[in-house]
Design a protein around this ligand. Structure first.
Ligand code: FAD
Length: 370
């Protein structure tokens, strides 16, 4: 019987890849919901200068960022060269030199056990603008050479294709849990039933409804994010660093003049997939306040995604209480591209009863159950 994985965002795709690579039988099912967080995310991997104090979160984010350096070569060995990942560095901006001092201090402190941060360099206003020409000249910055950008869609596709190369089966459809005498024995997709060795739920913001038939109220919610893709005339954008302004949004450049700005953090909007005037206004306003040089760029696309978040914004991983045949991981929130590949690696180990590299007690599933 296969391990059945429900949800092929970054987390499910990574779990499938690692399980299949270990020689396990895998069935990966995805409904391709519009608003899949991974599909909308174009993002940054730079957890080290975050001011978030939660140690359990930081541990996961730090390990997640560092895990890319082994995962990407592994995928490339499997022939998956288009991973959407590139270590381009990041500049974290501020106009207040005291704030930049603190940021620099934090980076040096964190580098003691995270050498993957790379070089830390203080840049003047002129030097910052030289690295990212669209910037307002009022910002100085701290440059972090180990930071990276990643295209969620590309990485997910690479992981799914990699999993298939190692024998995983992939199915498009709406999966429901098949329950017998209170235990999950498999899943149903349309009129087809599949028995599973274990069922692994990586269904992101939609996991609540999937788990509910077990009588469990799983506390995951959707945080809506609107993110705007721009096209600039210059085509040499591939090496531009990620820009982290002093607000809650960011600017990420990709190849051939594509620059992505965003994203909003909208709570209590449910699964509203619309691009709204307010959302666009906020994203454009914040981006132009930092990088007025983008004013003449073309708006090419706006994506909407739903970040899955659990209580305390802390990811959870483990089996469901009273249903240890069901494994769950969720709550990747705003740092799921950073954490997702690594957490999927850990989830695969958990499914295979192998020793983990994280302390499960720090991320209890019970913390996300009413
Ligand atoms: P998802 O990617 O949402 O995948 C869940 C999947 O499960 C979906 O495909 C859905 O269709 C499927 N599913 C659900 N129910 C069923 C069912 N019953 N049957 C079959 N399939 C089902 N993170 C960073 O680290 N850095 C960033 O810069 C960053 N930027 C972001 C920007 C945006 C705009 C967004 C939206 C997110 C960003 N994130 C970032 C966060 C990151 O993208 C998410 O945390 C992560 O992608 C969540 O992955 P997931 O696999 O848990 O869920």
């Amino acid at each position: 019987k296969p391990f059945i994985i429900i949800g092929a965002g970054i987390l499910g795709a990574s779990t499938a890849y690692h399980l299949a690579k270990n020689g396990a039988k895998v069935l990966l099912i995805d409904r391709e919901d519009k608003g899949q967080a991974t599909d909308a995310a174009a993002g940054i991997v730079c957890p080290w200068i975050s001011q978030r104090r939660n140690k359990a979160w930081y541990q996961l984010a730090k390990n997640g960022a560092s895990y890319y350096s082994s995962l990407i070569p592994e995928l490339e060995k499997d022939g998956e060269k288009d991973t959407g990942y590139k270590r381009v560095g990041a500049i974290s901006l501020h106009t207040d030199s005291g704030k930049l001092d603190k940021m620099e201090e934090r980076a040096y402190k964190r580098r003691e056990d995270a050498p993957e941060i790379g070089e830390i360099t203080r840049l003047s206003e002129v030097e910052s603008k030289k690295l990212f020409p669209y910037l307002d000249e009022k910002f100085a910055s701290v440059h972090i050479s180990g930071a990276a950008r990643v295209n969620g869609r590309a990485l997910r596709n690479a992981l799914v294709k990699g999993a298939e190369k190692h024998g995983a089966e992939v199915l498009q459809g709406n999966a429901r849990l098949e329950i017998e005498a209170g235990k999950v024995v498999g899943v149903t997709v349309g009129s087809d039933s599949f028995l599973g060795e274990k069922v692994i739920v990586t269904a992101g913001a939609w996991a609540k409804e999937l788990i509910r038939p077990l009588g469990i109220e799983f506390l995951v919610d959707a945080q809506k994010a609107q993110i705007v893709h721009l096209q600039v005339d210059e085509h040499e954008t591939a090496e531009l660093p990620v820009v982290m302004p002093p607000n809650d949004q960011y600017i990420v450049a990709f190849d051939e003049g594509k620059i992505v700005i965003g994203a909003t953090h909208e709570n209590d909007k449910g699964f509203d997939k619309r691009v709204t005037v307010g959302g666009l206004h906020e994203v454009l306003d914040k981006a132009l306040g930092v990088a007025p040089g983008l004013e003449e760029s073309t708006v090419s696309e706006t994506r909407v995604g739903f970040r899955p978040f659990t209580p305390g914004f802390l990811p959870v991983i483990g089996s469901l209480p009273n249903n240890d045949e069901v494994l769950v991981a969720n709550g990747l929130g705003a740092s799921g591209l950073t954490v997702g590949p690594y957490l999927g690696f850990q989830l695969a180990k958990l499914a295979l009863d192998q020793p983990l590299n994280i302390d499960l007690k720090l991320y209890p599933v019970s913390g996300a159950i009413l």
